[in-house]
Design a protein around this ligand. Structure first.
Ligand code: CP3
Length: 353
């Protein structure tokens, strides 16, 4: 089998072509549910793994070796690239924490305009190494989307009620817009740098933007997403947007400039695919479903594959990141089911037939 990279199922589905089988990868596929990742973590801190190309490369490859996913995703974090701006997060047991949350005018203006090519050279180096090791498996690069990054900067970490970022939006909307614009420029540079280093697709993670009203989403978030994706159009690299809670904004998202939308489990994948028309879809199993019995995982995975037949292209994924403690047999059952599914008619291939 000497397939070229562009005919790989993941890239074929994103281009709207018929892939040889339904492609699958999982958000956060490298991480704590894997014993081999835990072994790596016993030797290195999380931030060390992100910043050391050899170790990031190893973490990226672990889930590919174990499960044969159809795409690898660069091992890093959406918050690591914020350090060169002057906002360095500490990754603690309680989650990421920023010593001084960014809430005042002068804190926004004092964010440094860093060049990711220089300050994040370790990311480019990791990409080069991973590409060498991966062979024909495509590599996904990524960044946090401006609103999610701004939320972390303003809240200073994860948040239960998004109080600070919403306070900023309602009391100083022009300051929030300035911060979002700044981040959109930075994210654009960072993704371009990853593409130049060799990634085959890019995904923007907007985990927090789903908390906004429809009007605020259109006013504050959508323009930045459109600008980032339009700026990458000349690269020809497929662009994916993950937005947790996208159901409320589907009409606007059609014009966000992404080639594919990564959906959470709250939406019906078939209906949504029809609504999205030419846009490809990714998703959308609840990560907690993987804790259930294999037969139930199979049933739900097949239902999602059938719904995905309605789409111009479907990449199987979870509706959010895989959770620590996820049983490995659940992931095995999922990958096997998705790979056995026959595109278009819902019949499964006989194994080894
Ligand atoms: O998908 C992958 O396997 C690639 C690596 C990746 C990580 N984080 C590794 C990670 C990616 C793409 C992310 C994205 C990310 N990071 C998001 C967007 C997606 C989402 O889940 O909503 C967000 C919001 C973050 C911020 C973040 N990083 C949090 C809140 C935490 C702590 C809580 C948690 O879930 O662990 C992290 C740490 C983190 N990022 C870990 C990993 C493997 C755990 C670190 C450890 O080993 O201790």
């Amino acid at each position: 089998m000497n397939r070229t990279l562009s005919s790989q199922p993941f890239l074929a589905a994103l281009r709207g072509l018929t892939p040889a089988h339904r492609p699958i990868w999982l958000m956060r596929q490298a991480g704590r549910y894997l014993p081999e990742y835990q072994a790596l973590r016993s030797k290195h801190s999380f931030i060390e793994i992100c910043k050391t190309p050899e170790v990031s490369c190893e973490a990226t490859l672990q889930p590919i070796r174990r499960f044969g996913f159809d795409a690898a995703i660069l091992f890093n974090d959406i918050l690591v690239p914020l350090e060169p701006l002057g906002a360095s997060f500490e990754f603690t047991e309680e989650g990421p924490q920023l010593e001084k949350p960014i809430r005042r005018d002068n804190q926004v203006t004092s964010l440094r305009r860093a060049d990711p090519r220089e300050s994040l050279a370790f990311v480019g180096d990791a990409i080069g190494m991973i590409k060498q090791e991966l062979g024909t498996t495509p590599l996904i690069g990524f960044a946090g989307a401006p609103f999610t990054l701004a939320s972390y900067l303003v809240e200073g970490g994860s948040s239960r009620d998004y109080r600070q970022i919403k306070h900023l939006l309602y009391s100083q909307p022009e300051l929030l817009t300035r911060l979002l614009d700044f981040l959109a420029d930075y994210v654009s540079d960072y993704l371009r740098m990853q593409i130049e280093a060799g990634v085959d697709a890019v995904q923007l993670f907007d985990s927090w933007a789903g908390i906004l009203s429809h009007a605020d989403y259109e006013c504050f978030v959508l323009p930045g997403i459109q600008r980032i994706f339009a700026g990458l159009a000349d690269t020809g690299v497929p662009r994916i947007l993950f937005l947790k809670g996208s159901a409320s904004y589907l009409d606007s998202l059609k014009s966000c400039g992404a080639d594919a939308l990564s959906l959470d489990w709250s939406v019906d994948l078939a209906d949504t695919s029809r609504q999205l028309g030419d846009m490809r879809v990714q998703g959308n199993l609840d990560p907690l479903a993987l804790f259930g019995p294999p037969a139930e995982i199979q049933r739900r995975a097949r239902a999602i594959c059938r719904a995905g037949d309605e789409a111009r292209g479907h990449v199987f994924n979870l509706g959010h990141g895989i959770l620590p403690g996820t049983p490995l047999q659940g992931v095995e059952a999922l990958v096997e089911t998705v790979h056995a599914y026959r595109i278009g008619n819902g019949i499964e291939l006989e194994k080894d037939a």
